[in-house]
Design a protein around this ligand. Sequence first.
Ligand code: ADP
Ligand code: ZN
Length: 600
Amino acid sequence: MDKDKMKKILKIVLNVIIIAAILLATATAIYFIYTTQKEKNSEENILSYTELINEINNNNVEKIEMTVGSTSVKVKLKGVEEEKTSLMKDLQVMAFTDLVQSKKLEGSDIELVTNPQSFLSQLPSYIMSILPTVIMFALLIMLFKMQGLGDKGEVYDDTERKEKITFDDIAGLDEEKEELKELVDFLKEPKRFSDMGAKIPKGVLLYGKPGTGKTLIAKAIAGEAGVPFISMSGSEFIEMFAGLGASRVRKLFDRARRLSPCIVFIDEIDAIGSRRTSNSGAETENNQTLNQLLVEMDGFSSEETIIVLAATNRPEMLDKALLRPGRFDRQVTIPAPDLRGREEILKIHAKDKKLAEDVSLHDIAEDTAGFTGAELANILNEAAIIATRKQHEGITNSDLDEAVKKVTVGLEKTSRMISEKDKKLTAYHEAGHAIVSRFLPTQTAVKEVSIIPRGMAGGYTMYKSDEDKYYISKTEMEEKLIALLGGRAAEKLILNDISTGASNDIEVATQIAKDMVTVYGMSDIIGPISLKDNEGQLEYQMFGDDMQDAIGKEVKKLIDIAYRDAQEILKQNVETLHAIASELIAKEKINEADFNKFFN
Ligand code: ADP
Ligand code: ZN
């Protein structure tokens, strides 16, 4: 069933219930007002209880009409045309009936008519009795809905998808796909494996950053094997009522057993499966959910052929109980794509897009080191939007460039008014970054310098990323610090004043310097010691206060040296700095070729 459709139906049902409750309440209120009004109007026709008894005793009554369950009695007096009404209290009804009966036994000619209870006369009290229940239910459902249970309670179900996702929809990740193909065979022919005595794996953990394609892989395994795919996300539990997490897990696995063989996918499993540390409310709730998950995983036998795939980007957070044999005992790391992978991902997502002749997806792949599959897909989509807005025939290279910048630095803000003073400051700042990095061997070439604001930045210097790196050397990190401080150094050197424009540079530089000292063991004085604990907190207590002082001194030294070096480079190239800054003020943007012309 379509999830959106379900949501819509649920919403309509809810609204109907609420409206019905309101209507019922109004109708009852009106009825009561109406009936009491009517009784008031006919006051002169009312006979009090004592009067009625007197009339009966005096033999003046011709006919009495009663209705079961009602306390009002219609009385016809002898020789009086109009019928009178007498209201009595509940307790008086019995005594009254007894009195009339005994009068009849005494030979009185009173005619006593007893009408059966009419449904209509009962309706108001009937409504009144169920009204609170109806309102309660409406409120409860509303509450559940607000808690995100109403619609999220359903398990995402991919069984009715027409177009199955297959391994062909996944670019790169060749080794990972190879490893997971085994699961497809298990799901397709479980009997072959069990006949041989092999146990079918129950759980596989996929490690990787968001957007690297973990969900895609899980779906593709289901698609390749032709089995149903059902899923839920761990983060949904955080916002739920106590005890609901566990019942959701139970529901999920009940469904899985019915659909077996099938794939169960649990996204963000760290939200429920994080290490059991404290005993706060949320923790206990998570524990219940986690325990239920463990019970379910231990519960199904390998003949049931349910394979549970779970995704996380924080494997170190997971409770070790999850990783025991028979649970998630297989782990596959899904890395961010390398250059070739990125090009392939771009190709897959470009299939349904109109590209201009000149487009080189290889170039885009080169410019997007560290991007995930989801980000690359997003870039192609952004490019398509840009191309449409600019009324291009197809997506051009410049549209793609623009999309990359939009995703990395933010949207270009050409309309923002900038004062001449700010423009000058930004020009020197950015020129400072660009010139300094040009003289640093480990830093990549400058691709573009701009003083047009983009996103949060007043200007930017873009560098080329020409290779995928797995390791970064100490020299490289030191030079990165120099490049980062090049902006501030130029401000100081030329304007003899410094601005807040460098705050982000300084933040990044300080973080790098801290990591060099406390994580990567790159300081000679501290030595190769990692000072961060599992949670990423600095942990120097065991080394005493001296260590704390030393860390601070080492971080400061790295920054001071970098700042001094940046100023040194700029001093030696002050002519170029002026030239590039003026060019920026005039043109606002300098590309790679124009930038290089300043250095011949
Ligand atoms: P995760 O589950 O790791 O957060 P997803 O599987 O949800 O990531 O990926 C989001 C989207 O990114 C996918 O739907 C797909 O469009 C794209 N994507 C990610 N990795 C790849 C890949 N290797 N090949 C093709 N598309 C990918
Ligand atoms: Zn800067």
